[in-house]
Design a protein around this ligand. Structure first.
Ligand SMILES: Nc1ncnc2c1ncn2[C@@H]1O[C@H](COP(=O)(O)OP(=O)(O)O)[C@@H](O)[C@H]1O
Ligand SMILES: [Mg+2]
Length: 281
């Protein structure tokens, strides 16, 4: 597949979508893949999580969806193997506008299509609600990663999500597939084990072997505008996300990753000559 587009999705909030999107994107970038991270959540958590301050942003995913004539490059922030199309709170308004526009939910797919030439892989972080933005992600994506937190109620929303996915498959995006279910926020409780067993029972090999453990370093990193690989490259969080990256590459037929943990260097800089700030500290 030429530059797979992977959406990290689950309509439940707080399950580790953003944490997974940014750290998986960075882990893949460390494997010498050229990765684009697309923030599709009006909260802009992924944007801030890789060190871009919302107030410094000129063009974001909002403008790209809204104005078809605007060059997509004007919203791309370039980093070291990891580029970003950011999101800001304006995206909530754009989502409301989308309801009234014909085929607005296909716009993201059309906008990202030409970028497949330039990247090895595109990762989309999605909002925690069904709606035009979520549908845009489901239309743009080839594969989904579904993070599932290790709580008792974790599996309850999955059926609903799969109903939406089937709807999109039958309609506008027949090639969409769930690449895998990822257990997140794992702590040493029986509930985490039970959730994992139930996931395996339901989805078998689609469940990633890698589990993302709950860790303080993973929770601290976004507030510093750093991925785990810059904040704590030797931590269990970094190890877990490298494990996930390896499985993702295998599932995509991109060869098994040669894990290189020695290059924690990301410096997102403004794209397209725009004067936009970056916060790393
Ligand atoms: N493995 C983890 N260990 C510790 N904290 C985590 C972990 N994954 C996510 N978090 C924290 O949990 C909260 C929700 O995670 P987030 O990735 O933002 O979820 P979502 O995008 O699904 O809402 C955030 O504060 C995040 O920092
Ligand atoms: Mg999020």
């Amino acid at each position: 597949m030429n530059c797979p587009i992977i959406a990290v999705t689950n309509q439940k909030g707080g399950v580790g979508k953003t944490t997974t999107a940014i750290n998986l994107a960075q882990a893949l970038a460390l494997q010498d893949l050229k990765v684009l991270l697309v923030d599709l959540d009006p909260q802009g958590n992924a944007t801030q999580g890789v060190g871009v301050r919302l107030e410094t942003i000129q063009n974001s995913i909002s403008e790209i969806i809204r104005d078809r004539t605007l060059p997509v490059d004007s919203a791309i922030y370039q980093g070291d193997n990891l580029d970003l199309i950011p999101a800001t709170p304006l995206l909530s308004r754009v989502e409301r506008e989308m309801v009234a526009l014909t085929n607005s939910e296909l716009r993201l797919a059309h906008r990202l299509a030409p970028l497949r030439e330039r990247y090895s892989l595109i990762v989309i972080d999605t909002p925690p609600t069904f709606g035009p933005l979520m549908n845009s992600a489901l239309n743009a994506a080839d594969r989904l990663i579904v993070p599932v937190d290790s709580s008792y109620f974790a599996l309850m929303g999955i059926k609903e999500l799969l109903t939406e996915v089937e709807e999109i498959q039958r309609g506008t995006n027949p090639g969409l597939q769930v690449m895998g279910y990822l257990l997140t926020l794992v702590d040493p409780t029986n509930i985490a084990n039970q959730t994992f067993e139930t996931l395996i029972g339901n989805f078998g090999e689609r469940v990633f072997e890698t589990k993302i453990r709950r860790s303080v370093k993973l929770r601290e990193a976004p507030a510093l505008g750093k991925t785990i690989f810059h904040h704590a490259p030797e931590s269990v969080g970094a190890r877990d996300y490298l494990g996930l990256a390896e499985e993702v590459m295998t599932r995509l037929g991109m060869g098994s990753a040669v894990i290189d943990r020695s290059r924690p260097s990301l410096s997102l800089v403004a794209g397209s000559g725009a004067q936009l700030g970056v916060s790393h500290e």
